[in-house]
Write a protein that binds this ligand. Structure first.
Ligand SMILES: Cc1cc2nc3c(=O)[nH]c(=O)nc-3n(C[C@H](O)[C@H](O)[C@H](O)COP(=O)(O)OP(=O)(O)OC[C@H]3O[C@@H](n4cnc5c(N)ncnc54)[C@H](O)[C@@H]3O)c2cc1C
Length: 360
């Protein structure tokens, strides 16, 4: 079924989300700032929340992320966040429709801390499942959820036709660097969430990985032990947080291999289109911008076109190296925009359908 998406103003083709240039949020989980974030999500009130675990959900016939990653050729995937209003919804759907002809291996939708944002994740992944040819994956976190609530959310995903789940622990709402406080009837680590989701049905589950080490980890080796534990709990693949320079990603892959783990590890990629994206890049990766990157891009900070061209070229070079190293797919953090992702994907020849074209 093909759905026509109405044209949206030029803003849709910018590289950053609304408000970014004026100091608005430019965080992948910006929707955690939902005003209702401390309220119990609506899933909690569903009657099933108090019942015994659902029987196994059988989700036959739907393509899994692993099916796509095992297809052979290097592919790409795209991450979105759930739109907060009608305008964001139109912008997201424009990006979805522009990326669809390039045949991404899958697209994912992040999971926020607030009830309404969480419902929007279910709704958006469900709509992608119903109305596009794309393989959707929904993120899920353990933040502020009891196990019964988590079961309900997973049930909602299954009912919406979503078979792929990225199981991440999440961060404390309000202060992501603050101490982790598990829900009294909830979970503490992502490995437990993997175990839960796998136990609820025939889900394909992925997990998060951190090339520079998770900010709360004592050292990269211990962090790699925890990553491999998530795979052993039943995850089929991992997606990496942003990193500065491919070596960090490749070292993490080596640490996994040294532990006998060959699960697909996808690099997280974000085209560096503005100085603001660059500084957020370092923040998300959890490291200082290295001189090799800063020296190349910072002198161009007052020339937006030159900065964008150099930033996209730099990231494209990293991607070429990663493809040569045999990564199964590149995972693009799109911020709900498609233009820069399409540019990089087509210049790397990762678009699978001949009709794919990069628009203006
Ligand atoms: C690709 C990707 C997608 C993401 N999507 C979202 C999203 O949609 N919504 C959102 O809110 N956040 C998201 N995040 C952020 C993520 O929730 C945070 O980075 C969070 O702090 C860590 O999540 P995790 O799943 O890696 O947790 P865990 O694997 O549980 O790790 C958390 C910390 O505990 C340590 N640890 C793990 N297991 C053990 C153990 N058994 N014993 C002791 N220590 C242990 C780890 O080393 C780490 O320091 C995403 C991150 C990535 C990379």
């Amino acid at each position: 079924m093909v759905v026509r998406v109405p044209d949206v103003p030029d803003v849709a083709n910018r590289d950053e989300p609304c408000g970014a240039s004026s100091g608005g949020p430019l965080h992948r989980y910006a929707h955690v700032a939902d005003p209702g974030s401390r309220r119990r999500p609506r899933f909690a009130t569903a009657p099933e929340a108090h019942h015994e675990p659902k029987p196994l959900l059988i989700l036959l016939g739907m393509t899994t992320v692993l099916d796509r990653l095992r297809a052979g050729e290097t592919g790409f995937s795209v991450e979105f966040f759930p739109p907060r209003d009608d305008e964001e919804e139109r912008i997201l759907w424009r990006a979805v429709r522009e990326l669809e002809p390039l045949d991404p291996a899958f697209v994912s939708v992040t999971y926020g801390a607030g009830g309404s944002s969480r419902e929007r994740t279910v709704r958006t992944t469900g709509r992608i499942a119903r109305e596009t040819t794309l393989t959707p994956m929904a993120h899920l976190t353990a933040v502020d959820h009891s196990v019964a609530e988590l079961r309900n959310v997973v049930g909602s995903y299954a009912a919406a036709g979503v078979r792929n789940v990225l199981a991440v622990r999440g961060d404390p709402p309000g202060d992501p660097t603050g101490p982790w406080l598990p829900h009294p009837a909830g979970l503490t680590y992502a490995s437990e969430l993997v175990d839960l989701v796998r136990g609820l049905g025939d889900f394909c589950v992925g997990v998060a990985a951190f090339p520079h080490g998770h900010p709360r980890s004592s050292d990269p080796e211990t962090d790699a032990d925890h990553l491999v534990r998530k795979i052993e709990a039943g995850a089929g693949f991992a997606i990496a947080q942003l990193f500065l320079e491919p070596e960090y990603f490749l070292r993490l892959r080596d640490r996994m291999a040294a532990r006998g783990c060959d699960a697909p590890l996808l690099p997280g990629v974000m085209p560096i289109t503005t100085p603001r994206v660059l500084s957020k890049f370092g923040e998300l990766a959890g490291v200082e911008i290295p001189p090799s990157v800063a020296d190349r891009l910072r002198p161009l900070a007052d020339d937006p076109a030159a900065f964008r061209a150099a930033g996209v070229e730099l990231v494209t070079g990293w991607c070429e190296r990663l493809i040569a190293e045999g990564v199964p797919a590149l995972h693009f953090y799109s911020l709900n925009r498609s233009k820069a992702t399409r540019e990089v994907v087509t210049s790397l020849g990762l678009d699978r359908r001949p009709a794919a074209q990069v628009g203006a």
